[in-house]
Design a protein around this ligand. Sequence first.
Ligand code: MG
Length: 189
Amino acid sequence: MARVLRVFDFDDTLAKSVSYIYVNHKDGTETKMDPAEYAKYEPRPGDEYDFRDFNRMLNKPQVIKQNVNLLKKMLSSGDKKVTILTARALGFPVKYWFKKELGLNVYVVPLGNADPKAKADWIEKHIEKGYTDIAFMDDSIKNVKAVQRLQQKYPNVTIKSVLAVEHLSSEEKTELLENYISGQVQTYL
Ligand SMILES: [Mg+2]
């Protein structure tokens, strides 16, 4: 029987909170980005990231309903391992919010690392543990691609790496759909 793993990113996938990533550039300037901007940001040499907003309790979080409903559905079927996998360094604020606001007990893994490879590595570890049916959802195309790449290495494992699109503008969705049609992206659109 397939061993099933369902993995969700948190920020901008399940909820949107008011929090920024601060990038300190080599020349001494600082750029402040929201998670959607950060997801698309191409790093420059010498950049240093400051994730201080993500180490606090959540600031005005808004549920991304469609994806939270999917999470609920996954949690209610007892045969799946369901994990919220976040680049945040602290899992507690996320876990606390789910319990308090939605009455949900969720398992949160804080990686403390925003490198897409960190998420792919975590998933790969679970493939090595014997999971054979994996779905991953994230609003960062870099993370989605990093996880999708595992498919080549593990052709016998079902890996569905899905881009969360709720944070995108309608123009961005159109662009994504065009890429999707041309075969570059896998999505639920
Ligand atoms: Mg995210």
